[in-house]
Design a protein around this ligand. Structure first.
Ligand code: DAH
Length: 426
């Protein structure tokens, strides 16, 4: 189960996806103003993003606008540094190659039909991210534990579905949105707080389904399945596929597509027939639509044999030089595997403890040198105090780490865990 906004009872199992230096990246100032429309002072503030085309090849938003010491903000420096990286816009990066392969599929099968957006600002309103796509008020994804809030009304989008309603309102009827999405989460080889998603939406008119003799919903669901099976074959070749019923707040009925690939059933995407309420609010009362969302890293990891999600962020030439524009078939060749180093840490929990907060601290200290944070022991004593022991795996993708270096990281983690999480180290 990988899709973040699926059935809440199934959350958190397995891979979650459903989530260079390009010369002319454009998180443009204008794409970001939509977030700010309700409040003039906020808007004014956002009018001063710092353009730093030299440094990152992109536009930078002033750090103090995104990372602030105030309780409504939980964006750390490490996340700020990812904004504007736009890996998906590099044509020789695995994510850019995959994006272009998906675009090719739509261009070939629906010439000039789908509008494509790959540079929409990842800072959106909580309304766009949640309310506009009917995410329930008490859904876990709205919590500060799961989502990065810039302030109480503004978030780093946690899915590309955040753009659906706005684009529909603007009159688009066929569109693809691809972008970086942000989620607070645990740490392992398939989880990273920033990843990439693609969203697709297609709107139909009464003429479309009336001619078929089918009801509107069955017509849209049929078209959706044909389209996405075609996409899966385009990416993975002749594979066995199956449809699984599921739940999303924004679609009904909702499905997941799975393919049998490398001896396993692999979830490829989530999709469904758009909730009528979303169309109605965008002024489309006589229409029906479908939508899908897929996580690019998840697919790129199997297509390119990439073993660890951190590699997508590597600027090591031994990684970046392995991929070629337009070549989906390349298999990544590991240049060397450096040994991991494990450090255990036990503490008595406080009431407010969450694993996501712990992981944020570890990433803040160790960055991409942390490979995994895993709970290895958990018990409650007679007094009702609960102890957790976490094993942190440190490993660089690029070099051997020294003992001194790791010890320093670990001491730093211990210090911060104690001071920021109010736990008692054992
Ligand atoms: N937004 C969902 C997620 O992040 C993915 C998704 C599922 C998008 C179904 C859709 C959809 O448009 O119809 O988990």
């Amino acid at each position: 189960m990988s899709i973040f906004l699926s059935n809440p009872t199934l959350l958190r199992n397995g891979f979650r996806s459903l989530m260079f230096l390009t010369p002319s990246v454009s998180i443009s100032y204008s794409t970001c103003t939509s977030v700010l429309s309700s409040d003039d002072s906020r808007r004014k503030k956002w009018r001063q993003p710092v353009v730093s085309a030299l440094e990152l090849g992109g536009v930078k938003i002033a750090k103090e606008d995104v990372v602030r010491e105030d309780p409504t903000n939980n964006v750390p420096d490490s996340i700020f540094s990812k904004l504007g990286m736009q890996l998906h816009r590099r044509p020789t990066h695995p994510l850019g190659i995959l994006k272009n392969a998906i675009f090719d599929y739509f261009d070939t099968n629906y010439p000039n039909k789908f509008d494509k957006f790959d540079d929409l600002c990842p800072i959106v309103s909580a309304k766009e991210n949640f309310d506009d796509v009917l995410v329930p008020a008490d859904h876990v994804s709205r919590s500060y534990n799961d989502t990065y809030y810039v302030d109480s009304e503004t978030v780093l989008r946690c899915h590309t579905s955040a753009h659906q309603a706005d684009l529909l309102r603007k009159g688009h009827t066929h569109f693809l949105v691809i972008g970086d999405v942000y989620r607070r989460d645990s740490i392992d080889a398939t989880h990273y707080p920033v990843f990439h998603q693609m969203e697709g939406v297609r709107v139909f008119c009464p003429d479309d389904w009336e001619a078929s003799g089918m009801d509107a919903t069955s017509y849209a669901a049929g078209d959706l399945k044909t389209c996405l099976e075609g996409l899966a074959s385009h990416l993975f070749g002749a594979v066995e596929m199956r449809w699984v019923d599921t739940y999303f707040p924004f679609t009904n009925p909702s499905f997941e597509l799975e393919i049998y690939f490398q001896d396993k059933w692999l979830e490829v995407l989530g999709c469904g027939v758009t909730e009528q309420e979303i169309l109605k609010r965008s002024g489309k009362t006589n229409n029906v639509a479908w939508a899908f969302g897929l996580g690019l890293e998840r697919l790129a990891m199997v297509l390119f044999d990439i073993p660890d999600i951190r590699l997508f962020w590597s600027s090591d030439e031994r990684f970046t030089s392995q991929f070629l524009k337009g070549e989906l078939g390349t298999k990544f060749k590991p240049y060397s595997k450096f040994p991991p180093c494990f450090k255990d840490m036990s503490f008595w929990l406080s009431d407010s403890f969450t694993e996501n907060n712990l992981c944020e601290i570890v990433r803040g200290v160790a960055g991409d040198l942390v490979e995994e944070v895993r709970l290895i022991d958990n018990f409650t004593n007679k007094k009702g105090m609960t102890s957790h022991c976490y094993r942190i795996a440190y490993r660089s993708m690029e070099r051997s780490l020294t003992d001194d270096e790791i010890n320093e990281l670990q001491w730093n983690v211990r210090d911060q865990v104690q001071s920021k999480l109010s736990v008692v180290l054992r």
